[in-house]
Structure formats: structure tokens, C-alpha cells
Design a protein around this ligand. Structure first.
Ligand SMILES: [Zn+2]
Ligand SMILES: [Zn+2]
Length: 339
């Protein structure tokens, strides 16, 4: 999927992007350093995972058919998180072996707690595999939550999901049972799952029909866009959205809000940092209807090279600008939630 972006020569590695951020926005050094540690660990985890998708050929065919109704390729996988398959547990634990040491380095105040999670996940000594059962509980706790707006509707699909959910332990309850702080456990789980999802995105991207998808969320994992890229010739005018969860790219109409599909040009605008003439290629398209925004760059006006994953961190000044105006990111994360 990333190969479909016509600006391959514009892409660079994590270190080059880090050097660019340090040169242009030194105030972002700490957050960019933490982010780059996790990003490098994610790449190492991906390299260590098997070169085949968690979805077999039949599951991919079925998932492709469901995309017409707006279901991302991995939707079926998310539905299994309450009772994860052994292969997912194995990959989750392998990815955790890369992600947790990096997370401990990125967040030293959580290091001791993250080390305890890592030790338990790696534990294969007990008769009942401790690592696998912890991985299963973490995935169940992070699995899809029922839509709060429909949880009271008895007898609907959402209602049934709620009943299932009550049998799963929430992350808070799991943290209490393990005597670990909830935030450390939650971060360990999301970062590790994101590494597994990013690996899936590299394997599944070619199964996405870019022309047919055209939705404001990721065709692979359903995540929201953490950054947008306006392409250059010969794809001029094409907007590529980058998934904040799995790093997939997908094409989307330039003048449409990814959060609410508003296409009224009088309701859409682009916020810019007025005082920064060296950053004319940067802006945050925002929507007056649903009060959301996402950071974006115009590749045609970009002088240097970019790393797609580091890009949102280098654009955090736009998040600040937008959030000062009461706007919410289309894809909120612990990194871009500044208030
Ligand atoms: Zn995704
Ligand atoms: Zn909107």
C-alpha cells in the first residue's frame, strides 16, 4: 500500500526525521525521542514476526467482500480479541519482547512496572502458560468496547456485546488483580498490539482497493488518520491519509472531513501557523461541523524528506494551535492530546 504513494523518494528513516525535528523544532526533542524509541522497536518487532498475515487466504477473501459495507480488513480479528487465537498470542508476546524494553526506555518512570509486565509475558515456566494467559487477558481487556450510545438497547447486536463484555475484565480490574498501575499496563498493551497491526498492514495493504474504499478511517484496522499528505504530480490533488494505529496509507477526497464526511467547502478550512513562513507546506484541515482536525503536509511544497510515522510528532505545533481553538484531533492519542 505504501508503494502506491508516488513520492517514495520523499521518504526517509527515523533518524533523519529526528534530526530534522531537532533542527527545526528543538522544543519537541523529549517527546520526539520517546516516540522514535517506540517506532524503532515497532520496526524491529515487525522484522521478527513471521512473513504471513494472521488472516489466511479464505479470511482475506471474506474480509475483502465485507469492505463494501465499510468493514476494515482486520474487523474480524478484533471481534476475536475476547478469545484470541494461539498464533495471535504468540505474536503479541514476541512483539512485547521488543516494545516493552523500548517503552521502559522512553518512559523511565514506568520502567519498573513495564519490566514486571515483560517478565510475566515471557513466563513459560508454569504448567499453565502464564505468558499466554496474561496476553489473552490483555487483548480481551483492550478489545472493542460496545458503543456507549447503544449499550442500553437490549436485544440488539450491541446489547449482546455488552453482556459478553461483562465477563471480560476491564484493564483497570486486570491492573488491580496484577498489582500494576493501569496506565503502564494499557500502554504496554496498545504499543504491542500496534506493532502486530503495523505488521499486518504491510502484509494486507495490497488487498485494499484504494479507489473503492474512500472512507475516513483505515481500510486495514479501522484506525483514524494521524496525518494527511497531499500528493504531487501525477497524483496531484490526491490526499493520502496515514493510519495512527497500523501506519497504513489510504486515499481520500481532499475536500471532505474524514470524521463526519462533510463536503461543504464553507464548513472546511485549513489552519496554519501564521508566523512560520518556512512551514508553508504544513496545515491542519479542520471541519466546523464536527470540530475536528488532522495535521497535514503538501508534498509539492516540501523541501526535505519525511518519515510518515514521525511526521505527526513534528507537526505537534499544529495540534496545539487547533486544540487552543477547541478542536479535537480526528485520531486522538496520548501523543496529540495536549490539553
Ligand atoms: Zn490502520
Ligand atoms: Zn467533520
Amino acid at each position: 500500500m505504501r508503494q502506491t504513494l508516488q513520492d517514495q523518494e520523499r521518504l526517509c528513516g527515523v533518524d533523519e526525521a529526528m534530526a530534522d525535528i531537532l533542527a527545526r523544532r528543538p522544543a519537541l526533542e523529549d517527546i520526539a525521542t520517546s516516540y522514535s524509541l517506540l517506532l524503532k522497536a515497532r520496526l524491529a518487532a515487525q522484522a521478527a514476526l513471521p512473513g504471513t498475515s494472521l488472516l489466511d487466504a479464505a479470511a482475506i477473501t471474506a474480509a475483502q467482500a465485507n469492505m463494501a459495507s465499510g468493514r476494515p480488513l482486520l474487523d474480524g480479528l478484533f471481534e476475536t480479541l475476547a478469545t484470541p487465537a494461539p498464533e495471535l498470542l504468540t505474536r503479541f508476546r514476541a512483539a512485547a519482547g521488543h516494545m516493552l524494553p523500548a517503552a521502559a526506555q522512553a518512559f523511565p518512570n514506568l520502567a519498573a512496572d513495564l519490566a514486571r509486565v515483560a517478565v510475566r509475558l515471557a513466563d513459560t515456566s508454569a504448567a499453565q502458560d502464564t505468558g499466554d494467559s496474561l496476553a489473552a487477558e490483555l487483548l480481551a481487556a483492550i478489545g472493542p468496547e460496545p458503543d456507549p450510545a447503544t449499550t442500553t438497547t437490549k436485544g440488539t447486536k450491541a446489547g449482546q456485546r455488552t453482556e459478553q463484555r461483562t465477563e471480560q475484565r476491564t484493564m483497570e480490574a486486570l491492573a488491580a488483580a496484577l498489582d500494576l498501575p493501569g496506565p503502564a499496563l494499557h500502554m504496554a498493551t496498545t504499543e504491542t498490539l500496534m506493532a502486530v497491526l503495523a505488521h499486518e498492514a504491510t502484509l494486507l495493504g495490497r488487498h485494499v482497493d484504494q479507489g473503492a474504499w474512500q472512507r475516513g478511517y483505515c481500510p486495514v484496522c479501522g484506525g483514524g488518520p494521524d496525518v494527511g499528505l497531499l500528493a504531487t504530480e501525477p497524483q496531484a490533488g490526491t490526499l493520502w491519509l496515514h493510519c495512527g494505529q497500523c501506519s497504513a496509507l489510504w486515499s481520500f477526497p481532499g475536500m471532505r472531513c474524514p470524521a463526519c464526511d462533510c463536503v461543504d467547502p464553507t464548513r472546511l478550512e485549513v489552519l496554519r501557523a501564521e508566523d512560520d513562513t518556512a512551514a508553508a507546506h504544513e496545515g491542519a484541515p479542520c471541519c466546523r461541523d464536527c470540530r475536528t482536525y488532522y495535521p497535514a503536509v503538501k508534498l509539492a511544497e516540501l523541501a526535505g524528506r519525511i518519515n510518515l510515522e514521525m511526521l505527526p510528532i513534528g507537526l505537534l505545533h499544529l495540534d496545539l494551535l487547533a486544540q487552543e481553538r477547541g478542536l479535537t484531533p480526528v485520531a486522538p492519542s496520548p501523543w496529540n492530546t495536549l490539553a
